[in-house]
Design a protein around this ligand. Structure first.
Ligand code: ADP
Ligand code: MG
Length: 330
């Protein structure tokens, strides 16, 4: 696909750096980064993925086990805030900074820094800032442990996505991240929670999903934004992703076709709205784009890939809405 279905960053320039984080492993952080990043790249965005976890799962998801440097480049550049050099993933417009066990050394180095460098927490942000203009979206796949790495990520990000399952451990991890989020805002006041994603959902029953939504509100003390889209529990496709190095939508072409069609429609709608907005006179009624959004029914064949296509769509809508809000208050 050669068209650009997503809008580029507005000229005013808000950083599209998004941290995907939870203090617990196994809540699909890495899977969300690889799939949302992969689909956004398909749709025309230039996407950079930063694997900030010692497990290095992003390379696995993308079939890059043979080329990963296990985090060495990050150890080379982050302590000095030097520019990142992203590596190709074999997919158009999708690039990666691999993670892996060497990030443990990075954590130790940064730990040593804390006492003597008051600016230490901006190190990752500086490595990203130097190349940020080359990307429409940068996703940071955060580690469940290593508070120091989590802080670096939260200071570098503009937005946060928290995936969570409904078990006690994931909810505890979410509360922990909420506290870290609040602390990081002292250095990064623009940091915004884009939303919580409910993952590992085993039932299509609406009741279950609403129950999890209530739990999230309890855990985060009220008005937490929650994505409508849930990521279902689908063990076999998920295992196939890690085994084959192909993303869910690459394994299931129907979902990809649906996604591309959906984006073509969104692009048309946005173009139409821009014309209407320009033509509208003061006081005249302007249509709310959200009300206009058509509900498109997807092919029923591809479950997990479908969830990710919908999540990516919702993510992009939320991002645009957040950027519009920021522009209005600027
Ligand atoms: N939709 C899914 N259904 C079932 N298992 C999944 C799903 N997505 C990922 N998994 C598996 O769950 C484990 C954790 O997923 P991962 O994305 O690595 O989470 P995290 O990055 O939060 O630790 C992995 O073994 C992965 O293969
Ligand atoms: Mg992970």
């Amino acid at each position: 696909m050669t068209t650009t279905a997503f809008e580029r960053r507005p000229a005013a320039g808000l950083a599209r750096v998004v941290a995907v984080i939870n203090g617990k492993g196994g809540v699909y952080k890495s899977s969300i980064c690889s799939s949302v990043g992969g689909l956004a790249a398909e749709a025309g965005w230039r996407v950079g993925l930063i694997d900030f976890d010692i497990q290095g799962n992003l390379a696995e998801d993308l079939g890059l086990n043979d080329i990963t440097d296990e985090g060495e480049h990050q150890l080379d550049v982050i302590p000095g805030g030097k520019p990142f050099e992203f590596k190709p993933t074999g997919r158009e417009r999708l690039e990666i900074i691999p993670g892996g066990p060497i990030l443990e050394d990075l954590a130790a180095v940064m730990q040593g820094r804390q006492s003597r460098d008051p600016e230490w927490m901006h190190a990752l942000a500086n490595s990203i800032a130097a190349v940020e203009e080359d990307y429409d979206l940068i996703l940071i796949d955060c580690p469940p442990g290593f508070p120091i790495l989590q802080t670096l990520a939260l200071v570098a990000a503009r937005y946060v996505i928290i995936p969570t399952r409904s078990d006690a451990g994931s909810r505890k991890g979410m509360r922990m991240v909420a506290r870290r989020f609040t602390n990081a805002r002292a250095y990064n006041p623009d940091l915004e929670l884009l939303g919580v994603v409910r993952t590992g959902i085993t039932s299509s029953a609406k009741g279950i999903r609403e129950e999890v939504r209530k739990e999230i509100a309890e855990d985060l003390g009220g008005a937490a934004p929650v994505f409508e889209t849930c990521i279902r529990y689908a063990e076999r496709p998920a295992k196939a992703v890690r085994d084959t190095g192909k993303l869910p939508h690459e394994l299931e072409p129907e979902a990809e076709a649906w996604f591309k069609d959906r984006f073509a429609r969104m692009k048309e709608r946005r173009a139409r709205e821009a014309v209407e907005k320009a033509a509208s006179k003061p006081g005249s009624h302007r249509a709310d784009p959200r009300l206009e959004a058509e509900i498109v029914f997807a092919p029923s064949t591809s479950g997990l890939a479908q969830d990710y296509a919908e999540l990516t769509q919702e993510f992009v809508d939320l991002l645009h809405a957040a950027e519009e809000r920021a522009e209005e208050t600027a």
